[in-house]
Write a protein that binds this ligand. Structure first.
Ligand code: ADP
Ligand code: MG
Length: 395
């Protein structure tokens, strides 16, 4: 899992502390649409403030190509100040003299928010000059952005080459939650996967199958698996180029741990108000598409989840954004909060679905990271964590 120092190992009073948080939230018409990640980052920022640090926060936001105004951090600063109950000083750049002057002028307990790190072309290239520029702003670096820790960018990995670095409390909590699924999870251990693309999740399917008791697969991705098993899937989502790989997985020693839907909610087109029908998986009409798991499957999946002691869920069972196709996701979500064991939910849309249903508080661990959690479960070392290791070795 790697070793790293944490905030418990360092003194922060009177220090300038750079926090790489994951404040990558959906923005719509100039305000934050879902503040889950801001709320998750807040305890770390508050703790540093209260301990007398000058807190310099940075994050990326979306995928800007240039410095488009809709990707500026303004709405994030506003929401952070609102829920934090402290002033947040928003800066217009990520690095440079103006930023340095503002940080130097700030004092203990002040919170500053840098501009979108991806406004710097060096961010995703992990450019050394940008990393040095960030390092120059502080006495200590706190990596708290679990959701970005699988990316070797200047603000997640590069900066740790030039500045003493520790893992933030949110990062630690996330890493420990995923580690407990990887290392000796309680059984039955059930994994529930859905979402749009099987290609996103094939790695995790392969690495987790030997460790789980059951893998329940719904969502758009299940149609590539059903197709691989020889079913006609109408115009449902399918990734033809993954069929051979999927067939291999299903034919492998652990292939029978995969449970696919028996019934499907099909629609005559991809629309919220489409005509819909429930059909058996061997009776999907030509030109119709599967947009949710059927009620019988929802019940089977829910019962399996209720009987498990550990569950990992990533990816909705259907197009939950549209009410007609939400039942499967809702059934899984309700079973998750009912089952007595340990539950980890990852993935932006899965967490959004739980929040939409008002169930987010009931889950043992709601992850801020989709890709990062999947990579951990694939057994990969997150570059962000690897970068912290040398500081734990005392260098
Ligand atoms: P997460 O963000 O939780 O990892 P993904 O991003 O992989 O999940 O997938 C979520 C998306 O998958 C949702 O927008 C949902 O509408 C879509 N989806 C789920 N089931 C289907 C389906 N049967 N057909 C098309 N899209 C689907
Ligand atoms: Mg998603």
């Amino acid at each position: 899992m790697g070793r790293y120092l944490t905030l418990d190992d360092v003194e922060v009073a009177g220090k300038r502390v750079l926090v790489r948080a994951d404040l990558n939230v959906p923005i719509s018409s100039g305000s934050v649409e879902d503040d889950f990640r801001i709320r998750a980052s807040l305890p770390t920022i508050s703790r540093l403030r209260e301990a007398g640090a000058t807190v310099v926060v940075c994050s990326h936001l979306g995928r800007p190509k240039d410095r488009e105004p809709e990707f500026r951090m303004g709405p994030v600063a506003v929401r952070l100040a609102e829920i934090g109950g402290f002033p947040v000083r928003r800066l217009d750049s990520v690095v440079g003299e103006e930023v340095e002057v503002s940080v130097a002028a700030a004092g203990p307990g002040d919170v500053l928010l840098l501009e979108n790190t991806r406004f710097e072309p060096g961010e995703t290239r992990n450019d050394a000059d940008l990393a040095k520029g960030l390092a120059a702003l502080a006495d200590l670096f706190v990596l708290d952005a679990f959701g970005s820790a699988h990316r070797a960018h200047a603000s997640t990995v590069g900066v740790a080459d030039y500045l003493r670095s520790v893992a933030g409390p949110l990062l630690v909590e996330e890493v420990e939650a995923f580690a407990s699924l990887l290392v000796d999870p309680p059984h039955p251990f059930t994994v529930v996967l859905g979402g749009a693309k099987v290609s996103d999740k094939l790695g995790v399917i392969k690495s987790l199958l030997p460790k789980v008791d059951m893998m329940l697969i719904g969502g758009g991705m299940c149609f590539t698996l059903l197709r691989a098993e020889g079913y006609e899937i109408g115009s449902s989502l399918v990734e033809e180029d993954r069929l051979d790989e999927v067939k291999e997985v299903l034919a492998s020693a652990f292939g029978d741990r995969v449970d696919l839907p028996d019934d499907i909610v099909v629609a005559d087109r991809f629309a919220a108000d489409a005509e819909q029908e429930v059909v058996a998986r061997n009776a999907i009409p030509d030109d119709w598409m599967g947009l949710d798991i059927g009620p019988k499957t929802a019940e089977v999946f829910a019962a399996a989840i209720r009987g498990s002691r550990a569950v990992f869920w990533n990816g909705p069972m259907g197009v939950f954004e549209w009410e007609q196709f939400r039942s499967g996701t809702e059934a899984v979500a309700r079973a998750l909060i009912d089952h007595p064991g340990f539950t980890v939910v990852g993935g932006g849309d899965s967490v959004a679905a739980l929040r939409m249903l008002g169930l987010e508080r009931e889950v043992s661990h709601l992850s801020t990271g989709g890709g990062a959690g999947l990579e951990m479960l694939e057994g990969k070392t997150l570059p962000g964590l690897a970068a912290l290791e040398r500081w734990a070795d005392g260098s």
